[in-house]
Design a protein around this ligand. Structure first.
Ligand SMILES: *[C@@H]1O[C@H](CO)[C@@H](O)[C@H](O)[C@H]1NC(C)=O
Ligand SMILES: *[C@@H]1O[C@H](CO)[C@@H](O)[C@H](O)[C@H]1NC(C)=O
Ligand SMILES: *[C@@H]1O[C@H](CO)[C@@H](O)[C@H](O)[C@H]1NC(C)=O
Ligand SMILES: *[C@@H]1O[C@H](CO)[C@@H](O)[C@H](O)[C@H]1NC(C)=O
Ligand SMILES: *[C@@H]1O[C@H](CO)[C@@H](O)[C@H](O)[C@H]1NC(C)=O
Ligand SMILES: *[C@@H]1O[C@H](CO)[C@@H](O)[C@H](O)[C@H]1NC(C)=O
Ligand SMILES: *[C@@H]1O[C@H](CO)[C@@H](O)[C@H](O)[C@H]1NC(C)=O
Ligand SMILES: *[C@@H]1O[C@H](CO)[C@@H](O)[C@H](O)[C@H]1NC(C)=O
Length: 912
């Protein structure tokens, strides 16, 4: 896990100040020879690939060595500071030699941010009685923490844990030894597994000198003292973030009334309200309760905690208004209330917080018109996050804000219809997100010049117009999508990495744009020009854009051939050319794009065969060739695409048989969804690739949830032969469409094993025989079409199969039973039953009852669906879209958490 060093600057503080040592360096004293030799053998046992200890040479005085500090009078080594504050390739590793024991006066040892590869903390450290400070955090030590450390009775600060892998995580059986560290003032444990120790609270509270306690991500699950009370006497900082507490905030905390300055209980699952006893903590500087499940209102009396500098209540379930008393917190620097259900207005008193640096109140249900007064005294504000609220910003057009922002995010607030002119006053802005903010205006002439120093711009989802011809774009990421921009000739600086201009009013050819003279080597990775009115042939100038990984030119009017030069984009991961008028065949140069994960050429006039070399693009996850004029057979090489999850070659002129090897699509053969599937197809670290697919009879856009789609669509071709039984091994398949071909024979008997199937369409073929009983096992099936074949016999009984409309079965003259109106006669039965004996009839009934149970949920929803939508067939879409919404929600939530997390890590503790 990549935790930035900025995040732990705060814990470090107590380590810096708790060391009292007298040293001077350089000095004229010569170091003790015994100690020099001890240090040299310590060095020999270490692995130092970056030669950080190159100054440790036998010729030099050891008091002059890097990281070695001697006493200014005795010349004895008292401090060894080998913390690695550089990049990880500067890490020391190897073995910590017991030669250190010869440093009889060592009181400070710091090996943090190195990499000891999961090896245990050496026991001998417990014998170094002179140590007052031992810092081993983020050093990748692993295994049991030696209880011998309990002998270090002079220790003032102890830091352990971090960076070890899951298998070699540090752990304790019990913490009894820690109560012997009678001088301990500061204890930091990160990612140490403490869950076996239920008395952690008693053990640590026996430390009468303890003033700072950090037990972060230590798998603790209970904060209630087993003895009924907790006796911390001088605790000033308590950080129990990222544990597993899932109860209410315990009362003993509030007995720490006069001492506690910092309290961090974030990233747990705490429940309940904020108790009013929190006022007892009257000197509190920092209160972080974010990322819990706290409910109720934010208490008005929080405004009495006059010393608060950080108040973080984000990502909980608080509702009600933001108390106006927060405006009394005159020392407040950071206020995070985002990600709750706060409603009502934004108190104008917040505008009095003259020390405020960070104001994060987005992702709430706030609805209010905010104006100059809300920002009246916020002259120090740098980070403002108001996105995803219903706030309306109404300020005078000549407003000069008191602040100079670096980060502004007001997505989906209303600040239009006029373009916000006050932005012009913000000279330090790095990040601007005013997407979906109701702006219906021309981008002012000053804007692009002003914006050239920004790093990120997001103006998407407005109705901003303006001609981009001659504009110079110089931002790392630029989102102009879904606006009314025209004039596709902006000059791109080589700094641009993401350029999204989809869904605007750009028209005409793109050769000016793509063949522009670049002032250096372009870094452009993602280019999205989809959904415009662009036309003409695709230019040949792809060689100048070799960093491109994502190209989307879909839904335009491009014509002519796909140029061979597109194959020079050897980093390409996703190529969308769908819904244009492109002709000719798939260029063979595309086989050089070996990283290609997604290829969408659907809706063009492409000809020829599906090339055999397609099987060499083994990273391919989605291949869409729908609605072209491809002929010939589906090459069996396609089966080499073992990562394929979406195969759509429908609506072409393909003939021959369906390859028998489709069970080689190993990702479709599993029900698991690897988390990282498609994430390597993201650009700009969160922009997900999307595809428009016809999965349930109409086009739906899949974005974010694309990784859940498993689809094979070979419909509307001239395929013949039978349905390969191998298809029933694609256990993860959700959508199968083989309709409108010339397929013959039976439905594979074991089709019921593909239990993930949501939609099955085999209509308009020449399939025959009975409908296999196992079809009744498909309890998730929302859509079934077997119409216009030559099936016969009784439709198997199950709540599921009878819940479909008769249209699912019509056009099969010899099929009978519900939901068809044709009753089964003795004749039909005997015809249909040619292989079923009495026993199997019994099993048929059993199946009926079992599938009634399994089908209950689906059946229930079916009833609700019909009640709500009246028309039965719509219910399938209803439930399906419901799932889609959940998936989308999950994806968005993950993205937001990541975003907040990272920002907070960087900014939250910044004042230190
Ligand atoms: C040694 O260091 C201590 C503490 O920094 C200081 O008080 C003392 O004056 C120094 N002695 C000499 C001789 O430099
Ligand atoms: C050097 O250190 C050794 C062992 O720590 C000690 O025995 C010796 O007296 C020291 N020498 C001096 C000159 O302080
Ligand atoms: C260490 O990594 C950084 C980037 O992370 C790189 O710039 C530097 O050259 C590397 N140094 C060595 C010694 O490998
Ligand atoms: C240190 O601790 C261990 C185990 O806790 C104990 O056996 C030993 O006697 C203690 N004393 C020293 C000097 O190591
Ligand atoms: C709490 O600790 C203090 C100081 O160590 C001690 O005087 C007091 O008796 C303790 N209280 C309890 C209830 O153990
Ligand atoms: C805020 O939400 C609560 C509960 O959801 C509701 O009772 C209250 O009327 C809402 N207040 C406003 C101003 O919308
Ligand atoms: C263009 O962007 C670069 C890097 O982001 C920046 O250093 C430079 O100042 C920008 N140029 C202008 C004219 O804003
Ligand atoms: C089908 O059978 C049911 C009862 O089993 C009967 O009520 C119905 O009239 C029959 N329908 C036809 C078309 O024979």
């Amino acid at each position: 896990m990549a935790i930035s060093k900025a995040m732990i600057v705060f814990p470090l503080l107590c380590f810096l100040f708790s060391t009292i040592s007298a040293f001077s360096q350089p000095n004229t004293l010569l170091c003790n020879q015994t100690e020099k030799h001890a240090l040299l053998s310590f060095k020999r046992a270490l692995y130092d690939p970056a030669h950080r200890l190159s100054s440790w040479s036998a010729q030099e005085d050891c008091c002059e060595w890097n990281g070695v500090y001697c006493h200014n009078i005795t010349g004895r080594v008292i401090k060894l500071d080998l913390i690695n504050l550089g990049s990880s390739n500067l890490s020391l590793g190897g073995k910590v030699s017991p030669a250190l024991l010869q440093l009889e006066f060592l009181n400070y040892l710091d090996l943090s941010f190195n990499d000891f590869g999961g090896t245990p903390i050496p026991n001998f450290l417990g014998s170094m009685q002179t140590l007052t400070s031992l810092n081993l955090f983020y050093a990748s030590f692993g295994g049991l923490i030696p209880p011998q450390l309990g002998n270090l009775s002079n220790l003032h600060s102890l830091g352990l844990g971090g960076y070890s892998s899951y298998e070699s995580q540090l752990y304790v059986e019990n913490l009894g030894w820690i109560s012997h560290l009678s001088s301990l003032e500061c204890l930091l444990m990160l990612e140490v597994d403490l869950h076996r120790e239920v008395h952690w609270l008693e053990s640590t509270s026996m430390l009468s000198s303890l003033s700072e306690l950090y037990l972060i991500e230590c798998k603790l699950d209970n904060m209630s003292p087993s003895l009924g009370y907790v006796n911390f006497t001088s605790l000033t900082a308590l950080d129990l973030a990222r544990n597993h507490f899932n109860h209410e905030i315990p009362n003993w905390l509030f007995n720490l009334s006069t001492s506690l300055l910092d309290l961090d209980l974030s990233h747990n699952s705490l429940k309940g309200h904020i108790p009013s006893t929190i006022l007892e903590l009257r000197y509190l500087n920092d209160l972080d309760l974010s990322y819990n499940q706290l409910t109720g209102q934010i208490p008005e009396h929080l405004g009495q905690l006059k010393h608060l500098e950080l108040l973080s209540l984000g990502d909980n379930s608080f509702d009600g208004p933001i108390p106006s008393s927060l405006g009394n917190l005159s020392s407040l620097i950071s206020l995070y209330l985002c990600g709750n259900r706060l409603n009502g207005t934004l108190p104008s008193s917040l505008g009095l917080l003259s020390n405020l640096l960070i104001l994060y109140i987005g992702n709430n249900s706030l609805a209010d018109t905010i104006s100059e007064v809300h920002f009246h005294r916020l002259s120090k504000l740098k980070y403002l996050y108001l996105s995803s609220t219903s706030l309306i910003l109404k300020v005078k057009s000549n407003w000069v804000p008191p602040f100079q922002l670096e980060y502004l995010s007001m997505s989906s607030c209303q600040m239009g219809p006029n373009f916000p002119t006050w932005l012009q006053t913000q000279a330090s802005l790095q990040d601007l997100d005013i997407s979906n903010s109701g702006i219906v205006d021309k981008a002012p002439t000053w804007f692009w010049k002003w914006a050239s120093h920004l790093e990120h711009i997001d103006l998407s989802d407005n109705q901003i117009s303006g001609d981009l011809s001659g504009v110079w774009l110089n931002n790392t990421s630029i989102y102009l999508n879904s606006n009314c921009f025209t004039g596709l000739s902006p000059a791109l600086s080589p700094n641009v990495i993401v350029l999204n201009m989809a869904n605007n009013s750009f028209s005409g050819p793109i050769s000016h744009f793509l063949c522009q003279k670049l002032n250096g080597r372009s870094k452009l990775e993602a280019l999205d020009l989809s959904n415009n009115d662009l036309s003409g042939e695709l230019p040949l100038c792809w060689k100048s854009w070799q960093s491109l990984t994502h190209v989307n030119l879909g839904n335009n009017n491009f014509s002519g051939k796909i140029p061979e030069s597109i194959g020079s984009l050897f980093s390409l991961k996703a190529l969308h050319l769908q819904n244009n008028g492109l002709s000719g065949s798939i260029p063979s140069s595309l086989q050089d794009c070996t990283s290609l994960g997604l290829l969408d050429l659907s809706g063009n006039k492409l000809l020829g065969n599906i090339p055999n070399w397609i099987g060499e693009l083994t990273d391919l996850k989605a291949l869409c060739l729908r609605s072209n004029k491809f002929i010939g057979e589906i090459p069996s090489q396609i089966c080499q695409l073992s990562s394929l999850t979406v195969l759509d070659v429908s609506d072409n002129e393909l003939s021959g048989i369906i390859p028998r090897c489709l069970n080689n699509f190993s990702l479709m053969a599993t029900r698991d969804t690897p988390d990282d599937l498609f994430t390597d197809l993201e650009y700009s670290s969160y922009e997900l690739e999307g595809l428009v697919l016809v999965t349930v009879g109409r086009e739906l856009e899949y974005k974010g949830i694309l990784k859940y789609v498993r689809m094979v669509d070979l419909s509307s071709n001239n395929l013949s032969g039978s349905i390969p039984t191998e298809l029933s091994q694609l256990f993860g398949l959700r959508f199968l469409n083989l309709s409108r071909n010339h397929l013959m024979g039976r439905i594979p008997e074991k089709i019921g094993r593909v239990t993930s199937l949501l939609s099955l369409d085999l209509s308009t073929n020449h399939l025959s025989g009975e409908i296999p009983q196992s079809l009744a096992d498909l309890t998730f099936l929302n859509r079934l079409n077997l119409s216009y074949n030559q099936f016969r016999g009784r439709i198997p009984l199950s709540t599921q199969l009878q819940s479909f409309d008769a249209f699912s079965y019509i056009g099969n003259a010899q099929l009978c039973g519900a939901p068809l109106t044709k009753n089964c006669t003795e004749d039909d039965e005997s015809q249909g039953r040619d292989t079923i004996d009495e026993n199997e009839e019994g099993s048929e009934m059993r199946w009926f009852y079992i599938s009634m149970g399994l089908g209950f949920i689906v059946g229930f929803w079916g009833v609700c669906g019909t009640l709500i939508f009246k028309k039965n067939w719509r219910y399938a879409y209803f439930q399906f879209l419901y799932d889609v919404r959940d998936w989308v929600y999950v994806a968005v939530a993950i993205r937001l958490n990541w975003f907040h997390d990272n920002l907070r890590r960087l900014l939250g503790k910044q004042k230190y």
